[in-house]
Every structure is written in C-alpha cells, then in structure tokens.
Design a protein around this ligand. Sequence first.
Ligand SMILES: Cc1ncc(COP(=O)(O)O)c(C=O)c1O
Length: 445
Amino acid sequence: MNAKEIEQIKQWEREHVIYPWKKQGWYEPIVIERAEGIHMFGADGKRYVDFCSGLLNVNIGHHNRHVLDAMQAQMEKLCHIASSFATEPRAKLAKMISEVTPGDLDYVFFTNAGAEANENAIKAVRWFTGRQKIYSNWRGYHGATAACSTLTGDPRRIPCEPGIPGVGKFFGPYCYRCPFGYKDNKTCGIQCLETLKTQIMLEGPKTIAGIFMEPIVGTNGIIIPPVEFMQGVRQICDEHGILLVMDEVMAGFGRSGKWFGCEHFGVVPDIITAAKGITSGYVQLGVMIWNKKVWDFFREHPFVGGLTYYGHALACATGVANLEVYHQENLIEKSRINGEHLEKKLWELYEKHPSIGDVRCKGLWACLELVADRKTREPLAGYGDCKQNVMGEFTKRILDLGLWAFAKWDYIFLAPPLIITPAQIDESISILDKALEYPDSLLKK
Ligand SMILES: Cc1ncc(COP(=O)(O)O)c(C=O)c1O
C-alpha cells in the first residue's frame, strides 16, 4: 500500500472505530495487511514476528494452506444453517474434540468465543446443582461479558461492578508473590488450599454451584499452581457436590505443551471451556465441554442457551482442519519441546537484565515479570499500572524492533505460534534482549 492509502485507513479508524479496552481518541494502531507463518506484514511492508500468536490464539500460525483450503471448500457448500440441523463439520469437530479431552469430557456445546463459553458454564453449574454461588480466582480472567467480568478477579472487573450476584473470590497460588507470604511453592499451594477450604466451610458448601479457574493463569502472568493445590480443589468439589469448571480458553489446544492445561496436574474437571486455539483465530469459535455426569442431567432438563451462530458450519470446518494440523504437524509435542528451549533462553535474559524478576514458562507460553528491585520484588509498573505505565513504551519499542509481544502491568507475554523453530525463537530473543534495555534503564541506580 502506498502512504496515501495507509493514511486513508488511519483516518477512517480515527473517525469511526471504537477501540476495545482503551480510552478513545488517542490510539493509533499499526496497519497490518497480511500475515504468514509466524510473521505479520505492515501495510508499509515492515515485517514483524508475531511472538504472541495474535492474542495467544493463532496457534498453528497464519495463513495455513490446509485450513484455508478447508474453509474455501466449506464456503462453497454451506456457511451457515439454523442450529436445529446437523452438519458434517459440527458433528466431526465435536467427535475430534472428544478424542483429545481428558476423562469423559465428551459432550460439546458450541459458542462464538471464550466469554460466551463461560457464560453458558455459569448457567450449567447453577442448573445442575440448583445452587447459585460461584467461586473464582482473584488473579484470573474469564472474559469481557457482564457475568464473566464478575468472575474475573483482576482490575478489568472493577468498571463493570456491580456484577452478577453470588460470586466469591479466592486466592490462587501466585507463588512468586504468595498471598500468605510463604517462600516455597508447595507451602504456598497448601496454604491457599487450606484458606479456600475455610472460605467454603464458612460460605456453606451446599450453597456453592461451581468453582471456575484457569489451570494456569493466563493474562494475569502465566501463574503455574502447585499440583497439590489443583488436586485439592478437585477434592473439595467432589466432597461438596460442587462442579469444577476449567477455563482453558488460553491454555487449551496445545499452548502449554499438552492438549489441555489441566493435564499437567492430573485433574479432570467437570466442564472445560475453550476457544482461541480451537480454530487458531481463522474464524471465531468457542466451546463448553461437559462430562457424562453433566450430560446425563441435561438429558432430562433443557439447556436454555445457544446463539444464532451456534455450531456455525464454516467455523466448525475451520476447527476440524485446524485440529488436523495439530495432529499432522505434531504441534502439541512441539509446543512442549520448543517451550523448553524458550524457557532456557528466557533464563539467559534473566541473567543479563536486572529488571526481570521472574520467568514463568509452560510449553510455548511464557511470561517475564518485571521488578524495580529483584531482592525486594518491588513491582516496576505495579498491578494495574498503579505506579507507572512502563509497558506502553515497551510495546512501542519492541514493535519498532519488529516483534509483537503483548505486555501489560509488569508482565511481558511470549507465546509464539506452535510452528516456530528454535532458530526463530533465538532470533526473537535477541530482539527482546534489546528491548529490555528500556525497563533496565528505569531501575534505581
Ligand atoms: C482464560 C480466558 N478466559 C476467557 C477469555 C475470553 O475469551 P474471548 O475473548 O474469546 O471471549 C480469555 C481471553 O483472553 C481468557 O484468556
């Protein structure tokens, strides 16, 4: 595109586009024209490494020929039909999902996105149990719809309050900053579990319908809980007839080096919600997946839910082709193996950059947590940017250097497409190395 065409796009954006998550009127995004593999290309021809897979969803990389061909073939046959009819892609995708989910999580309800999957899971746990209350993690995110904002613990919840009634919060184990001050991970996990048990006892266990949690916390800093905590939560749910809902919207479909994040802990939830990697973002799709116990209940009771685009044929065909790519290219295993390489390279950066306080990585899913002081772990930007906006400037600098990595508060997220090679990881790490000079420069001398 020439400079005039690019300016025209920017002008229409300025004049007519409402931006999500931002104050309006000051933001000027880069115009992207196309993307291929791990790269995106600006309208001005500049190449960027997409080291965050879009918003951690383009797991198979951009412009995958197998998926594009499948989409085109489906479009020639049928894009959409009323959800009361069956289609081959919908049936096939549900079957393929049931083959990769743990335990008896074999029953699939289709949605348009992750938040809508969680909205439906809220209904499902309430109707199944006949109870109203839901618990979720303070350091958790579950989507931007009204109910999901209530389940969210982080500051994105606050402007949406008061939210839906009946939602309580617990402290999940954030071992780098243990909410109870413990230094070792195992004790942090055990203390969080004991506190949750006490909360539930005081709340009245028979009033709680569901516990919603991410298996590994995503946008609140890739927080990996100790296995004792996760298994303990499963036990609490079993003891009191509470349904365990694992929000795998970000973790699911290979991001963490397994099909689903809960597999790292040997925990099988009652319901999984997922989206993002199910189609790698080629079109929108989400799912709520039930185990047999939940399915059996709804054989006798109607599930009152489902939007116009439920089980959208084009979206499901995209999902089928996308899952085929995971299998054909062995991407789940690649995420695990290349994730180990990524983690090693990030610890090398830790040795060089004093602004890095912690490195957390599982599969091709990593976070650098920045600090003002490694010893005291004083945050650099602060939770919700309460001290200073470091990441706005960091993002600008890293994009100038040709790399996209989502960054907010004290967290830099690194989650490239699962097709990335070790050599491409190394190339991106050297860009990151340069960009980290900026937060280093903010440290007190
Ligand atoms: C864990 C988690 N749950 C839910 C959502 C919301 O998904 P969506 O934006 O597709 O509605 C997200 C999005 O990032 C997420 O990370």
